[in-house]
Design a protein around this ligand. Structure first.
Ligand SMILES: [Zn+2]
Ligand SMILES: [Zn+2]
Length: 236
């Protein structure tokens, strides 16, 4: 019988950790377990918010029915765009560390849970990616979170919108009117029957100017959505 040399799993794990040492994705400090992604200090920096905000001026809203500026949606940001959030989102989207989605999903779930919104009858959906972008990345970061939210609260998750224009990156656009112009008509409904009369939780990673959420909620409203809560990891 052929004799094979076996390396025990603990030695193999040690070798792996030496070749690719587990580090905090935010500050680069050594950590024990790469599946945690953050060191304790960076993890402790995360502060979860639960207030609903007016997307126009950022004012705190008493509940999801109260209005401040006229807008198609109310914003539920789970956090501010402060470290370690930018590093988590960057590593999730561009380095394809898909398990980071678990941290970000937990953040938006806790935010929604603490917001006091009566969640029954809501449908969860997400800002879609353009098909070629989706193929390149292999997953839609917002869809990963939308599925976790739907699963946690036992709500249906539906693909309600599609992206029909491969607009240049929003981050490259200067101001709100440029950003608004950049995303204009980039979404279409995928299933208008599933939108009409519905209360919708619309998931996205970060809201910067709000132009993307503005455009997506405009289309959802056009097809008869009753209420839209935009749930994001952070408001930049
Ligand atoms: Zn750190
Ligand atoms: Zn306002």
């Amino acid at each position: 019988m052929e004799k094979t040399k076996k390396i025990t799993s603990s030695i193999w794990k040690l070798a792996w950790d030496i070749i690719f040492p587990p580090i905090c994705v935010n500050c680069g400090t050594d950590i024990e377990d790469q599946s945690k992604f953050l060191c304790q200090n960076c993890f402790d920096e995360i502060q979860i918010l639960s207030a609903l905000r007016c997307p126009e001026c950022g004012a705190r809203l008493a509940n999801s029915d109260s209005a401040c500026h006229k807008s198609n949606y109310v914003l539920a940001p789970a956090s501010k765009f402060f470290p370690p959030i930018p590093a988590l989102i960057h590593n999730f989207k561009y380095k394809e560390l898909i398990k980071i989605g678990d941290i970000l999903s937990a953040m938006v779930i806790v935010c929604l849970k603490n917001s006091g919104i009566e969640l029954k009858d809501f449908v969860v959906t997400q800002i879609p990616l353009y098909p070629t972008k989706l193929r390149k990345r292999g997953f839609n970061q917002s869809e990963v979170m939308a599925k976790s939210v739907a699963n946690y609260f036992s709500l249906p998750q539906e693909n309600l919108l599609q992206r029909v224009k491969n607009n240049p990156q929003q981050a490259k656009q200067k101001d709100f009117s440029n950003r608004k112009e950049n995303v204009k008509n980039c979404f279409q409904s995928l299933n208008s029957q599933k939108i009409a009369g519905k209360k919708i939780i619309l998931v996205d990673d970060v809201s910067t100017s709000g132009a993307t959420l503005f455009e997506a909620s405009r289309v959802l409203k056009k097809y008869g959505a009753k209420k839209i809560i935009a749930l994001v990891v952070a408001k930049a």
